[in-house]
Structures are given as structure tokens and as C-alpha cells.
Ligand binder design. Structure first.
Ligand code: PMP
Length: 433
């Protein structure tokens, strides 16, 4: 009788409705595969080199420098030294006065910044435009907020004269983009430089998005975590600096990407108080604040970068230089074996075409798993090289059109990239012998 009673008690559904259909997650599966099989992991996006010394030293000082208040709670919306220096820094970048207390908020990584945006700004029934391919968490976060994601793809234009493709060859169709805006549209998510393609949106492309946002009174959630990782002399343009956009844009950044310290989980938002005050409500009632010591160290990092702004010693100048070289190595290695890379203009990711490798990967009868998933799993198990299937960055409805690519991360030590290149070379030799 007791067991019957207990069973009856357990028959009630435990899962909240808002989680329906969002329980699958690419990272759980592929991080595990990489941990089990990979000799060289170019999958998940994190550097395998250390953060700059000035940053780790700042952390050590904060930890054991005698200021014991740094072990306690700090201001909920951001440790005062960090919001102050972020305000100063972004005043320079945006050319406008900022109030550190109302125009800046510190979050637990860019992830929580995104979560705050969707929870604070998106209502049941609102539509949110997402440009594909996209950092995968945008879709479940919109759904958890009760919103409906509306997808619009970047469309590849094959380059002429047999050249390698560039991320710049992936473009929005202006008419298609315009057709996605309606009175139901609450926001658009922009991610420039874009993960996974590495596309850096041009002024014209941003202008098109801005015009539509203004015309339809739509907000812009601008994920700019790769703002400093831009190559070949290109410049990152902030959509908030375009006419009519400051009042409707939230800029999102991350010390993880900016200072090569993804595990610290320090992120931020910059924007008008009329938007940020609602983000503060979400933040205050969920997370409260991000670790004080990490915030203090990041504040000191930014203080250094503020004094060295634009100078050769600046980390924000040095890091993209180093990464551009790493990008070029990986481009060469991949091109050499026929895995055609799409040259990224920014970020530390690179997408490569695997359509020439179909005969390597055994067909699985009756499987509806896309080719890029099968390929990435086969590659890590058989070659020890980990990468991420590109279709993971597309909505269910559009996935099938983009199954011939995988994404590599090149924010890696020279030795790691060399080891990847060796694996590719050996693979090529096996194929031709
Ligand atoms: N946005 C994008 C585009 C990203 O690639 C990432 C990290 N992969 C994040 C946000 C999350 O950043 P953080 O680690 O600071 O939470």
C-alpha cells in the first residue's frame, strides 16, 4: 500500500513547460566525446594558452593582497572599480558619456548577460529574430522567456576564380531580412564578430539592420564578445554607434574572450538605463553578482588596457595579431588536405568544408543523424581530432541545408595546431597511398 502511495505521488510531471524541446545540448555530447577520444581538441571555444600575466598577477593580488573585503559580497550590479573602468573604456569606444552605475552591469559571463536580456525584454508571444548560424544558446533562451525565435540565414555566395571563401561571402538577403520584421518582433540578436563563421558585419550590413530596428521599434541584443578578435586590418563596428541605435541596443561583452580567461566567467552589458534597469531586476533576483575577486582582477586588466589603448603593448592589439597567425596556419593545414576553410574575418573560429570526405565516413543505415555530426564523431574517434558540426548552429528547420561543414577553434598553442596539422597530413597520406 505504501509503495502504491509513493508511486502515485511520483506520477506528476516534474518538468516545467518552459523546458519542453530544449533539453538537447550540443556541448554536453561533444565535450564528453572530446574528453574521451581527442588527442587534439579544436572543438569547444577556449584558449589552451594562459591569460596575460598582468591579469593573473592582478588576480593573485586581489586574492592575497590583504584587502579582505574582496572575499565578500560587492555591489550587485557590478563591483564599483569594474563598472567605473568599463564605463571609461566604452565612453572612448562609443564616443558618448556613460554612467557606470546605470549604463553598465557586470554579469556571470556573457551567457548570463544574454539570459538577463531575454528574461527582461522578451514577453510571451514576442518574436525574436536570430541570424543563422548562431551561438546555440540564443534559441533555448528565447523560448525559456516565452518568445518565438524567427530565423534568417546568412547565405553563402561562392567566390569567383577558385579562391577560398571568406566569412564575408556569407550575407543577409536584405529583402528576406526585412520580411522577418513585423509588429510582433521585439528584438533581433546580432553577433558580430559571429560565432561560428567569424563574420564581421560591415557598416552597410549593420546599417540595414539598424534601419529595420528603428522602423519597427525593435530592440537589438548585440553580442560582441569577440570585439577585439578582428583580422586583416578590419574594424569592429558597434551597432549602438549607428543613428537611432543607442537607445534600443544592449551591448554584451566577456572578459573570457577579451583576456583569454573563459573560466573566470566575468561578462558585462553596456546600454541605456531604460533597458538596463530591467536587466538589473533579473540579475538582482537570480544571480545577484559575479565573484568579487574576478571582477577586481578584470578591473585592473581594463585599467592597464585603458592606459595602453591602441599602443603596441596593449593586449587588445597583441592578441588579434597572434590569433591571425594561428588562423593562417590552420587555414593552410586544412586547405592542404582538401578540407576547404572559410577564412574568418574575426573570432577564434574557422568553418571548413568536409564535402570531399564523404567516402571516409561509413554510412549508418536508417540514421537521421546529419553528415556533419557523423563526420565530427567519426573524426574524434578515429583520428583523435575534435571539432563541432556546423548544423548545431542552425534551427531545426534549416539544419539540413548546412551539413557539409565543421567548426574548429584556433585559439590554441602552436604545438596544438601543429599536432592537428600532423593528424590531417597523415590522414591525407593514408587516403592517397
Ligand atoms: N556569446 C558568444 C557568441 C560566445 O561564443 C560565447 C562563448 N562561447 C558566449 C556568448 C558566452 O561567453 P561567456 O563565456 O563569457 O559566458
Amino acid at each position: 500500500l505504501l509503495s502504491h502511495f509513493l508511486q502515485a505521488k511520483m506520477s506528476r510531471p516534474v518538468q516545467a513547460r518552459r523546458l519542453e524541446g530544449i533539453d538537447k545540448n550540443i556541448w554536453v555530447e561533444f565535450v564528453k566525446l572530446a574528453a574521451t577520444y581527442s588527442k587534439v581538441n579544436l572543438g569547444q571555444g577556449f584558449p589552451d594558452f594562459p591569460p596575460p600575466e598582468f591579469l593573473t598577477e592582478a588576480f593573485s593580488r586581489a586574492l592575497s593582497g590583504g584587502n579582505h573585503t574582496l572575499h565578500q559580497y560587492t555591489r550587485a550590479f557590478g563591483h564599483p572599480p569594474l563598472v567605473k573602468v568599463l564605463a571609461q573604456f566604452f565612453e572612448k569606444l562609443l564616443g558618448r558619456d556613460l554612467d557606470p552605475m546605470t549604463n553598465v552591469m557586470v554579469t556571470v559571463g556573457a551567457y548570463q548577460a544574454l539570459f538577463c536580456c531575454f528574461q527582461a525584454l522578451v514577453d510571451e508571444g514576442d518574436e525574436v529574430i536570430i541570424i543563422e548560424p548562431f551561438f546555440d544558446c540564443y534559441e533555448p533562451m528565447v523560448k525559456m522567456a516565452g518568445g518565438t525565435p524567427v530565423f534568417v540565414p546568412l547565405r553563402p555566395n561562392p567566390p569567383k576564380d577558385g579562391k577560398l571563401m571568406s566569412s564575408a561571402d556569407w550575407q543577409l538577403d536584405p529583402a528576406e531580412l526585412a520580411s522577418k520584421f513585423s509588429e510582433r518582433t521585439k528584438a533581433i540578436v546580432l553577433n558580430s564578430p559571429n560565432n561560428p563563421l567569424g563574420k564581421v558585419f560591415s557598416r552597410e550590413e549593420l546599417g540595414l539592420i539598424a534601419e529595420l530596428c528603428v522602423k519597427h521599434d525593435v530592440l537589438c541584443i548585440s553580442d560582441e564578445v569577440y570585439e577585439w578578435l578582428v583580422y586583416d586590418g578590419k574594424r569592429h563596428i558597434r551597432i549602438a554607434s549607428l543613428e537611432g541605435m543607442w537607445d534600443r541596443t544592449v551591448i554584451i561583452g566577456s572578459a573570457g574572450k577579451t583576456f583569454s580567461a573563459t573560466g573566470w566567467k566575468v561578462g558585462w552589458v553596456v546600454g541605456p538605463d531604460r533597458l538596463l534597469k530591467h536587466l538589473r531586476t533579473v540579475h538582482q533576483n537570480s544571480v545577484y553578482h559575479c565573484a568579487t575577486i574576478a571582477q577586481e582582477a578584470v578591473a585592473q586588466g581594463f585599467q592597464r588596457e585603458l592606459t595602453l589603448y591602441g599602443k603596441p603593448e596593449s593586449y587588445f592589439v597583441q592578441l588579434p595579431k597572434e590569433l591571425q597567425q594561428k588562423r593562417d596556419w590552420l587555414v593552410q593545414s586544412l586547405d592542404g588536405v582538401g578540407m576547404k576553410p572559410i577564412i574568418p574575418e574575426g573570432t577564434y573560429f574557422l568553418v571548413a568544408d568536409i564535402s570531399q570526405f564523404k567516402s571516409d565516413v561509413p554510412d549508418v543505415p536508417n540514421s537521421d543523424e546529419p553528415y556533419d555530426y557523423r563526420f565530427a564523431k567519426w573524426m574524434v574517434k578515429n583520428k583523435g581530432l575534435a571539432a563541432i558540426p556546423l548544423s548545431a548552429f542552425y534551427s531545426e528547420a534549416h539544419k539540413d541545408n548546412y551539413t557539409n561543414f565543421i567548426r574548429f577553434c584556433f585559439a590554441k598553442e602552436e604545438a596544438t595546431l601543429k599536432a592537428a596539422s600532423d593528424i590531417l597530413q597523415r590522414w591525407k597520406q593514408e587516403k592517397t597511398s
